[in-house]
Ligand binder design. Structure first.
Ligand SMILES: CC(C)(COP(=O)(O)OP(=O)(O)OC[C@H]1O[C@@H](n2cnc3c(N)ncnc32)[C@H](O)[C@@H]1OP(=O)(O)O)[C@@H](O)C(=O)NCCC(=O)NCCS
Length: 169
């Protein structure tokens, strides 16, 4: 029913549409484009969800900085969008699950997200403060979350810094 695969060039318009519909504004669609053309983009971690060959959802993981004793590149999950007509049918969950599996296979250590706690905690995300990771935004602790993967080590702590592509979102 729900098919998850990597984005291709042919999906760019549909991805922009899904983001604009889900967020009700164009900022996130523009964010996807800015990241895509930056050095933080990871093509295999920009995933689309299809139902009957129509793109109904999208998730993007890209590199952001974790600045502690050293600066480490970690995965930031943003944005994620499901066409409102297809929400609450498991599409978002399938995108997160497949993305986390691919990130794990790639040997990534940690994923960071700003989002709905009741949604992300079901995938093992926890408030970032649990891992001594600080949000760059003045938001409640429970909405800034991290999910450590198998290659997580204690050195992954410090303050998160988002690249310029995220300015203005
Ligand atoms: C958040 C989003 C990606 C989830 O996708 P989805 O396909 O609806 O997700 P699933 O069907 O797998 O899971 C549904 C769960 O998502 C959560 N959820 C969905 N929309 C939500 C909202 N507006 N506020 C809070 N939680 C929400 C709920 O926990 C819901 O569980 P429930 O149906 O048992 O209450 C989708 O609703 C969306 O695109 N929202 C608008 C854009 C957005 O906010 N994106 C940022 C995500 S941090």
């Amino acid at each position: 029913m729900i098919h998850i695969r990597c984005e291709t060039l042919l999906d760019y318009t549909a991805i922009a549409e899904v983001n604009t519909l889900a967020f009700g504004q164009e900022n996130e669609a523009q964010l996807v484009e800015k990241i895509r053309y930056s050095d933080r983009y990871i093509s295999e971690l920009s995933l689309v969800a299809e139902i009957e060959n129509v793109v109904v959802g999208h998730i993007l993981f890209s590199y952001i900085d974790l600045v502690g004793k050293e600066t480490l590149q970690v995965l930031g999950l943003a944005p994620m969008a499901v066409n409102p007509q297809f929400q609450r049918q498991g599409v978002g969950s399938a995108l997160v699950q497949t993305g986390l599996e691919k990130a794990h296979t790639k040997g990534e250590a940690i994923v960071i997200v700003l989002g709905h706690p009741q949604f992300y905690t079901r995938f093992g995300f926890q408030p970032s403060v649990v891992y001594e990771i600080e949000s760059p935004f003045p938001v409640p602790e429970d909405v800034f979350m991290v999910k450590p993967l198998q290659s997580y080590q204690k050195k992954y702590k410090g303050k998160v810094v988002y690249p310029a592509a995220f300015d203005g979102v």
